[in-house]
Design a protein around this ligand. Structure first.
Ligand code: PLP
Length: 377
């Protein structure tokens, strides 16, 4: 029997950089500075560099990054109670949760089944005079961007907010509003998550806001620090959503390997794409024009339970992202009355294969095993 292939082994993944992490930890301990320090400042500069520009503000986590962006726009008078925000129905619930918070009205939009991302044609039909923002989620690490749609939004004064929690390092096929193609710098502002399982992960919670808009960046920075612009001077009734120095130091170690981390995931995805061939398993679309960073490699099958059980018996762990879409969660009961058939079909059929830190031969074995899954299973 072969060794078991785990879905994601963070201990193994971080063992590769244990020395770097340990040295960075020691550096922070010895600095005597645990917040508002040099590690955070450097990390913000490095994040901006890898995303081709913008002002980065480190913060507590990805959900708070989205909250800070929305609250920042509310404080600047660019979003108001009752404004509509188009949000993909097929996303992790954290893309949606902060929208309800400021009296904003989320309008859910079913995805394009080919990309599993926002269906731009459909989203266009949801735009009304009350639409003030669109949340673009680069789900699974695939860029969600359409330059023509973006231009229409810009002309109508509609803000484009990226949820880049799953796609750091990804590159869209068309330029964004700021002239670059890197996710996180395509629209007006972007949220990042550095939850430990993300492509770039902290050893705890961490996140960031990235925006080319200096006014928004200053508002976000102040709101994340009690609403304080200068010491003991509060212009907003803010939060405490800061990034710790220790997490910033961990993230600098990981961010320096972004290219390697992404290349590895892309290599495993290309092995899956070339070797998996089974008519009852639909592979995700691979794009030649964009750089996908494969936060998840998600196949679809109508026989999901059997498929997962079969893989598990063959020593292959899988996961589901996500089994229950936000509009069917108890906390949103009665909130959304649209139809989301594509989202619901995805929720029923998606299976995530191991993609982070697995070996080439493991990917080949997984593909062979999938190919032997048949109607008789
Ligand atoms: C992880 C994630 C978030 C939330 O990030 P946290 O750091 O866990 O708060 C938001 N949106 C998406 C798409 C995510 O995958």
């Amino acid at each position: 029997m072969r060794r078991e292939i785990k879905f994601l082994d963070l201990r193994e993944a971080n063992a590769e950089v244990e020395r770097g992490l340990t040295e960075a930890t020691a550096r922070v301990i010895r600095s005597g500075r645990y917040l508002h320090g040099e590690e955070t400042r450097q990390f913000e500069a490095e994040l901006s560099d890898v995303c081709s520009g913008g002002i980065a503000v480190g913060c507590s986590n990805g959900l708070d990054a989205i909250r800070l962006i929305l609250r920042g726009y509310v404080e600047l008078g660019r979003l108001r109670e009752g404004d509509e925000v188009i949000v993909p129905a097929n996303t992790y619930i954290a893309s949606l949760l902060p929208v309800s918070e400021f009296g904003l009205r989320a309008i859910l939009c079913d995805p394009d089944p080919a990309t599993m991302n926002l269906d731009f044609r459909k989203a266009r039909t949801f735009i009304t005079p009350r639409t003030r923002a669109v949340m673009l989620v680069h789900l699974y690490g695939t860029p969600c961007w359409d330059a023509a749609f973006a231009a229409e939004c810009r002309n109508a004064g509609i803000l484009l907010i990226e949820d880049n929690a799953q796609a750091i390092g990804a590159i869209a096929s068309q330029p964004g509003l700021n002239g670059v193609r890197s996710t996180g710098m395509l629209g007006n502002a972007a949220a990042f998550s550095f939850y430990p399982t993300k492509n770039i992960g902290a050893l705890g919670d961490a996140g960031a806001v990235l925006t080319p808009d200096a006014e928004l960046a200053s508002a976000v920075r102040a709101i994340a620090n009690y609403g304080s612009d200068t010491r003991y001077h509060n212009i907003y009734r803010g939060y405490n959503c800061r990034l710790d120095e220790i997490q910033a130091a961990m993230l600098r170690v990981q961010l320096s390997r972004l290219f390697e981390i992404t290349s590895r995931r892309r290599h495993i995805a290309s092995i899956y794409d070339s070797l998996i061939s089974n008519e009852i398993v639909i592979k995700p679309r691979i794009s030649r024009e964009e750089v996908q960073v494969w936060h998840q490699y998600v196949v679809r099958t109508e026989r999901r339970d059997l498929f997962r059980e079969y893989l598990s018996k063959n020593g292959i762990a899988t996961d589901i992202h996500y089994a229950t879409p936000p509009h069917l969660q108890p906390c949103y009961q009665g909130e959304f009355n649209g139809e989301y058939p594509v989202t619901e079909a995805l929720a029923r059929t998606v299976v995530s294969l191991p993609i982070a830190n697995i070996r080439e031969e493991d990917a080949e074995y997984i593909a062979e095993t999938i190919n032997a899954f048949g109607h008789n299973h």
